[in-house]
Design a binder for this molecule. Structure first.
Ligand code: SAM
Ligand code: F3S
Length: 435
């Protein structure tokens, strides 16, 4: 019970999709806790249910629709329950309101404030007691630096839902990152749909390199990452900043999407294979031992076997540390939706599996080189009895030890490697770079 004699209000937050949604959900949870809400383990026990949604592929959209439908009965039984939907599912709001009249609020993607305004409304059943006592931050936390995107990739619904790019001023980004560090974060990942284009919409046009410099000065912060980069927007200045700033990790996410020039042109990607290859060469020359991750879409409209093979060969040649591969999913309203989605589902799946198998071999070989070496691991949490953390190159490492390693930098000797993770034995604490 609180001062007004009623139980504190509770929230249930369901999140799917990208890191941007995870970051928005964390900001929303902080805001709700500041309003006096507490987390509920299940939707049935909450006063406020928020779905933070993704529609990047049909499979994600299907999950959202399933979840929304399953909440209809709950709302009928408990009309006082507040139900809000945010994220990329929220496009045409009047149409959604007609289709799902039991939803109290459809908030535009990342519009955390609209959900907080709904949550602030008084109800008869319970009341809020605002608090300033926020919970600890995850050891590795996300900070959005821009939302939206100015590219026109023909398959992509995200830019239709999130609108044009809007960058946050540097001092606001630094303030959020500093607050997270004060609450225990040691690693910050700066997020944007196209993080390399940061600042082009701001007065004075600050760059991502400027943000990295500013965030680098935060005391108590040990590691910085950023994602996602766009190959057409990655500048020499940015590559130099990554190479010269010690806290910025050797880890770059650079989606290629296809290894075929004609497909890249139809995807509207604004680079060709030769330019992408040249960029990778320059990054690898400037930042030794950097880990490179990429995204690939297979089975895009009209993709022939020969065009798919061009992608396969490029992945074999460039040997990425990580490949996120997806079968093309037609998204209504995108330019590509007007073209025939003519690669059969089974063939898309065969291509997706072929890329997965290739990547399993490549990543396995890359990681095997770390066997017997000592690596620096920032420990994030305990998972099934083992400490779990990441190297600067974003490799997942597990080790067992009785001491409390959460939020510490461990020096770990690698004793087993696989394509997706590694095992090791802790040899002590690693030295912190905090300058
Ligand atoms: N900004 C990034 C870039 O430069 O490509 C990616 C943002 S996108 C929201 C995240 C990933 O989802 C993409 O890299 C792409 O591989 C995948 N994706 C986007 N639209 C897709 C679609 N229609 N079908 C399958 N995968 C898709
Ligand atoms: Fe989408 Fe392309 Fe932007 S994938 S988010 S339009 S860079």
């Amino acid at each position: 019970m609180n001062q007004c004699g009623s139980p504190p209000r509770t929230y249930y937050l369901w999140t799917i999709g990208c890191q941007m949604n995870e970051a928005d959900s964390r900001r929303l949870a902080d805001g709700l806790i500041a309003l006096g809400y507490g987390p509920a383990p299940r939707a049935e026990q909450a006063d406020l249910v928020v779905l933070n949604t993704c529609v990047v592929r049909q499979s994600a959209e299907d999950k959202v629709i399933g979840r929304l439908s399953s909440l209809k009965g709950l709302k009928r039984r408990r009309p006082d329950l507040l139900l809000a939907v945010m994220g990329c599912f929220v496009g045409d709001i009047p149409r959604l309101q007609q289709q799902y009249p039991y939803v109290d609020l459809f908030a535009a993607p990342s519009d955390v404030d609209a959900v907080l305004a709904l949550a602030s409304q008084p109800t008869s059943r319970s009341c809020n007691q605002p608090t300033t006592q926020l919970p600890g931050s995850p050891v590795a936390a996300y900070v959005p630096i821009s939302t939206g995107c100015d590219h026109r990739c023909t398959y992509c619904i995200v830019r239709l839902r999130r609108g044009p790019q809007r960058s946050r001023p540097i001092d606001e980004i630094v303030a959020e990152a500093r607050a997270l560090v004060d609450r225990g974060a040691r690693e910050i990942t700066l997020l944007g749909q196209n993080v390399d284009a940061y600042g082009r919409d701001l007065p004075g046009q600050p760059t991502l390199a400027d943000v990295l410099q500013a965030v680098h000065q935060i005391e108590g912060l040990w590691r910085i990452r950023f994602l996602t980069s766009h190959p057409a927007d990655m500048s020499e200045e940015l590559i130099e900043a990554v190479a010269s700033l010690p806290k910025v990790c050797e880890h770059i996410e650079l989606p290629v999407q296809s290894g075929d020039d004609e497909i890249l042109r139809r995807m509207g990607r604004r680079y060709n294979v030769a330019q992408y290859r040249d960029l990778v060469t320059r990054i690898r020359a400037a930042i030794p031992h950097t880990a490179l991750a990429t995204d690939v879409i297979v089975g895009f409209c009209g993709e022939s076997e020969a065009q798919f093979q061009n992608t396969y060969r490029l992945l074999e040649e460039l040997r990425f540390d990580m490949v996120h591969v997806a079968a093309y999913s037609l998204r209504p309203g995108t330019p590509a939706a007007r073209w025939p989605d003519d690669v059969p589902a089974a063939e898309k799946e065969r291509r997706r599996q072929a890329v997965d198998d290739l990547q399993q071999r490549v990543a396995g070989e890359i990681n095997a080189r770390l066997l017997g070496q000592r690596v620096e691991v920032l420990v994030e949490d305990l998972h099934k009895g083992k400490w779990r953390g990441r190297t600067r190159t974003n490799k997942l490492v597990f080790f067992a030890d009785d001491a409390d390693w959460r939020g510490k930098l461990a020096l770990v000797e690698i004793t087993w490697t696989g394509p997706w993770s590694m095992l090791g034995q802790v040899r002590g604490e690693a030295e912190v770079t905090d300058s």
